[in-house]
Design a protein around this ligand. Structure first.
Ligand code: ATP
Ligand code: MG
Length: 758
């Protein structure tokens, strides 16, 4: 048997070697879906069934794309330069860069990340004197993105009432503003690509002919627009190979539609449905827990998973009095794991919401354990980095108004709000960008603006022949940013971060260099039938030529794209052996030897918002399923009776998910009596300085006959005075969590414990 195919089980082998027809691989976590997908690419290439140019693979993160390239090159020496492997956003970006003209975009369009998008919307509201309390920018952003994700332009949306009609109008104005400024948001990348392919038959047919194989990982999380995009790219002769797991669909809140799995079978005439039922990732205890949990969901396509790996260790469950004790417990257990020889990078601490990470980070930091946060504090979202990026964007494209406004008076150059207002006026009047409107401004403001132009022009001519890191260094120096932060009292971190930006560029060139000097296959277009009515129908033939991407995209533009697309996927120091911290969402598709799932509390996980929403609880359960199935060898579950979150103390009862797990796979650990770890809460006093009252105490499911109430002061014979912080159970079986001050939190059965009211 071919070496590539060794170590595949019969079902996997069948999937990898399927004939070139569309297929759906429906299989549970850890059953080898991603492995099958990668192996199939190698197989298609090696057997000459496809050329590198004929394959497109869609992954869920940029990191996954890189891993796929790496695995591929290990399986088979491929020349990855022609391969279109990436996320939906990344691939759309590539398409739009190649066909910017047909997509009616400026050559150096910039991408707005979520933060940029929000500030663009705020600016729109402000210039148009829209009441941002009546139309909160964030709501407008969700509205716009929601519409785009359904494939709708402002002109396609009918407002139901006056309010909505105004939203639609604002959406239209936002579209115009983005177009004027040459920027696209994330949803736009997809929508614009879809429109491009839809309207442009020549292009569409070209790609349909070219991509004989499209492979999609994590198919359950595609939204309607992504699905449409796939349909547009797939021609009659394209085989779409989709792998997914309905039990891991966790992005419904962003418009993902599991129904796409059913539509796919129908729309693509799928005759090949393959199920993989053997799990290669986790030990039996972990897998049993995952299977039992997910069986509580009703809407499932139905799958089984088994493993031959043996039971392994039981799942350790810890109840802690507080989030601080939870962290202490994690630190202790991490110590044991490291002692047992498990590398730090093979240990993941997962949480439901980002806000939980701070306390964990602080604990790890104090204990001197290196860690890395995925999707937490984002390097490219820090203010100083944003400023530097804005300068770089202006160097790349002076018409980028968002970038212009961010730095025109930063560091301060005496350009006041009034000057900016007149500039905006002029820009509207003459229908040019802010930068181009500068000559229309006279007086003091005009002089100050002219000096800004000199800085930008000066940098532009100076960096012409520089490589990217040198270019960035020059921008940092000449813009005055570096000097500004050097003078700032607490600017050391920021200066270091700016230095990191130069390193990031160096790293980018070495890691993503293939993107720049390689990918070739740039499409040469003959623009023949351009008309005013149909500006997009411009291609009448497409010739592929082996031209480096640098021909159409400068290294700077590529780096800026990378900065927007990659923001938040991971943090620096890739190389270091560090503990991995991330939300459950960002853990999708990954695996670790040991996994901690923290904060298993009602209201947190499942999240309180989900309980109210239709199907929300099932989505949370799938999220828990994803979390559990990340673990290979060891799984740790924990919850804290009290937790400080967003400045409020929460009093918690344990997550229902814990009670849905099979007892025989669990090992409950006695909670620690005293926290040895006490320094942690000192630092964030300002945030935490609230009295210990909950904003939303658990109200308990006890009957009216109950005489006990949350907040009630009681006296216990042994523990003295305390306050009831939560109640659980029914009538005769009520248990109360009581805070007894120096004796700590106790869980008492009120039928047994003799309590007196104060
Ligand atoms: P998820 O649903 O979490 O994305 P998946 O189905 O994509 O999981 P993979 O990540 O491809 O699963 O595989 C899980 C693990 O099992 C990987 O470490 C992979 O290398 C291993 N594996 C898969 N198939 C086999 C096999 N036939 N023999 C040995 N190991 C395998
Ligand atoms: Mg996978």
């Amino acid at each position: 048997m071919d070496k590539i195919l060794e170590n595949l089980n019969p079902e996997q082998l069948a999937a990898v070697t399927l004939p070139a027809q569309s297929a759906l691989i429906l299989a549970g976590a850890g059953s080898g879906k991603t492995r099958v997908l990668t192996t199939r690419i190698a197989w298609l290439l090696k057997t000459g069934q496809a050329s590198t140019a004929g394959i497109m693979a869609v992954t869920f993160t940029n990191k996954a794309a890189r891993e796929m390239m790496l695995r591929l090159s290990m399986l088979f020496p491929v020349n990855t330069r022609n391969l279109w492997v990436g996320t939906f956003h990344g691939l759309c970006n590539r398409l739009l860069r190649l066909h910017y003209r047909d997509a009616a975009l400026p050559q150096s369009f910039n991408i707005l990340d979520v933060q940029d998008q929000l500030s663009t919307i705020k600016r729109l509201l402000k210039t148009n004197n829209v009441d941002d309390e009546k139309y909160p920018p964030r709501n407008l952003m969700y509205f716009i993105n929601g519409a785009k994700e359904r494939g709708l332009r402002a002109s396609d949306v009918d407002g139901q009432d006056d309010y909505e009609r105004r939203m639609v109008e604002l959406y239209g104005m936002y579209e115009e503003q983005c177009q004027r400024e040459g920027v696209v948001d994330f949803a736009e990348l997809l929508l614009r690509s879809c429109e491009l392919l839809e309207r442009n038959q020549t292009l569409r047919e070209h790609y349909q002919e070219r991509f004989r194989h499209i492979l999609v990982d994590e198919f359950q999380d595609t939204n309607d627009l992504q699905y449409k995009w796939l349909k547009l790219l797939a021609g009659d002769r394209t085989a779409v190979f989709a792998v997914g797991d309905d039990d891991q669909s966790i992005y419904a809140f962003r418009g993902a539609n599991v129904g796409n799995m059913l539509s796919f079978q129908h729309d693509f005439q799928v005759n090949n449905l393959i199920r993989l039922e053997r799990n290669y990732r986790s030990y039996g205890n972990i897998l049993d827990a995952a299977n039992t949990l997910i069986a509580h969901n009703t809407h499932r396509l139905g799958k089984n998973l088994h493993t031959d790996a043996g039971d392994g260790e039981p799942i350790r469950v810890c109840e802690s009095p507080s989030d601080l004790n939870e962290v202490q417990w994690i630190l202790d257990e991490v110590g044991h794991l490291i002692h047992d020889g498990i590398p730090r990078s093979e240990i993941a601490v997962l949480y439901r919401s980002n806000a939980q990470s701070r306390v964990i980070e602080h604990g790890l930091f104090s204990a001197g354990i290196p860690y890395r946060v995925y999707g937490g504090l984002r390097f490219f979202e820090r203010a100083e980095i944003k400023h530097a990026i804005a300068y770089l964007q202006l160097i790349d494209n002076p018409d980028n108004n968002a970038a212009f406004l961010r730095v025109v008076n930063f560091p301060a150059r005496g350009i006041g709000a009034r000057t900016i207002e007149s500039l905006q006026e002029m820009s509207r009047l003459h229908d040019v960008s802010l930068y181009a409107a500068i000559p229309y401004i006279s007086g003091k403001g005009g002089t100050a603006l002219a000096s800004f132009v000199r800085i930008i022009q000066g940098i532009r001519s100076e960096v012409k022949n520089m490589d990217l890191p040198a270019l960035i260094q020059t921008v940092l120096d000449k813009s005055g940013l570096l000097m500004y932060y050097q003078k700032e009292k607490d600017g050391t971190d920021r200066v270091e971060n700016l230095g990191q930006l130069v390193s990031a560029a160096t790293q980018f060139l070495s890691e993503e260099g293939f993107l720049l000097d390689a990918p070739a296959l740039v499409v040469e277009q003959a623009h023949a039938q351009q008309t005013v009515d149909n500006p997009l129908l411009t291609v009448d033939r497409v010739i592929e030529a082996d031209v480096p991407l640098t021909m159409i995209m400068s290294p700077l533009a590529a780096f800026l794209t990378h900065a927007s697309l990659e923001a938040g996927e991971n943090q620096a120091d890739e190389g270091q052996d560090a503990l991995q911290l991330m939300t459950v969402h960002s853990a999708k598709g990954l695996e670790f030897d040991a996994v901690f799932i923290t904060g298993l509390e009602e209201g947190l996980f499942p999240h309180e918002n989900s309980v109210k929403e239709n199907g929300g609880l099932e989505e949370e359960r799938r999220l828990m399923y994803v979390a559990i199935t990340r673990a290979r060898k060891r799984l740790y579950l924990s919850y804290a009776q009290t937790r400080m979150l967003h400045g409020h103390m929460r009093y918690n009862i344990s997550s229902r998910f814990l009670s849905e797990l099979p007892e025989e796979n669990l090992k409950w650990l006695a909670p620690r009596k005293q926290s040895v770890y006490s320094g942690i809460r000192k630092e964030p006093v300002a945030q935490f300085g609230q009295p210990a009252v909950s904003d939303k105490p658990f109200s308990g499911s006890f009957g009216k006959s109950s005489e006990w109430q949350i907040g009630q002061a009681v006296i216990h014979k042994k523990f003295g005075e305390g306050v009831i912080v939560s109640l659980e159970g029914e009538r005769a079986n009520i248990r109360a969590r009581i805070n007894f001050g120096r004796f700590g939190m106790k869980l008492l059965d009120l039928g047994i414990a003799k309590l007196e009211r104060v």
